[in-house]
Write a protein that binds this ligand. Sequence first.
Ligand SMILES: [Zn+2]
Length: 496
Amino acid sequence: MIIKLKFVAAFITLLLIILVSGCSTTDQENTPTVNSTGSNPEPTPTNLPTESVETPQPSPTPTPIPEMLSRYTLSAILDYAAHTVQVEEQISYVNTTGSEINDLLVLVEPNSYPSGFTLNNLTWEDGTPITNFTLNGRELSIPLPENLLPGSSVGMDLSFQLNLPNQNAPYGYTERQTNLGDWYPYLPPYIPGEGWLVRDDAFFGEHLAYEMSEFLVDIQMANPFSASGAELVLAASSSPTMDGEIYRFHHTPARNFAWTVSDLYQMLETQVGEVQVKGYSFPFHPQADGPALDETAKSLAIFNDLFGPYPHESLSVVEADFLDGMEYDGLVFLSHAFYDFYTGDPQSNLTIIAAHEVAHQWFYGLVGNDQALEPWLDESLSTFSEIYFYEQAYPELVDWWWENRITFHNPQGWVDSTIYEASGFYPYRDAVYLRGAMFLGDLRQVMGDEAFLAFLRDYLEQYRAHQATGDDFFNLLSSHTSEDLSGLIANYFSRR
Ligand SMILES: [Zn+2]
């Protein structure tokens, strides 16, 4: 997750709070440490299950992964010193929705910044100019000359310039790094009967949803050296092959493609099975660099065993010049604060949040969701996955995790809160992340370890490469247990 930086005063206050709480992990022994993204207590179900005669139903057949994916072919030249990117993009959009589509909605996140996005050219794939489009804020709307039938595709070419905002965030630049998350125009999922899944952004939480797609990306540096003369280092959602000075990437099937560049990055590398794990960090805390990579690799190995194989050939963990962690498909950011205050033991945010962000590769990457209206689907599952990590990597710290990550915060609120409903970042975290993990802990206790894990695996299998909803989650759950969960659900969810 990441906190939006829109409201500067509120952000500065939040920053101070988070930094203070980050520091507290280093100097406390018996009191719970405070983490920037929260955690959860011993599961204590307040509503015990009652007996039921219902028998589990067989699971539905998994929805197949679409054979045809929408494809994004991107060619980008970054001018690191000028904070601009020139981009040529070809989109081949495939209608996998099963219903006809009569207009295209392309999301242009960079256009939410003043002068952040300049569209130089927009044509259909045959070169015909597209003239009847509207670009309002983040939404580029294009009426289709004729309806796009299910299984059909439509192509367009865009040429544009990004002027990156100066902000410490997953999109923008600071003195220490330039981040390109959600940097290209793309089509969000289309929900038959509802339309394009577009949500407003909010002060905290994520608001985007992504269809599984194919990414072919070429990146070049206008100048391979920074103003200080140091060589620029690039980290991305996948590993490149080099063609002269061009980095060439092929990332598929994937939710998105993110990249980041710095003249400070130091790179470490390890291997988990066939997966190359790469760590990129600033040179100010050598004691944290190895552990950041190792905990990421350890998380990957544990979740591979539990949830099924990670679907890409590489995973990069990158030190972020912003607060907290942030997930992309194939690349995760961890705040510099986690490195700066790393104590050398696994009772630290570096370890907790590494496990959390890696878990998002399954709950966000493999199975997508509407992050704005149902953020609990990826956030509670990723927070709960941290306990799986500790159970296997540091079993002696399981009680500590519940106490530190959850109980200490005495979390309140509904698990199914949207990103628009909570009154602030902490109430949002407490409700969605912490109470979400409590719910899953209680559910696991009620169902038993094996049945609970079988349910999670089935959920990942059924909705692999698709979007899942809360209804999907609970419908599938009912086929995995005959317990009466109504009391448990009523305790945590306001809409069920
Ligand atoms: Zn998260």
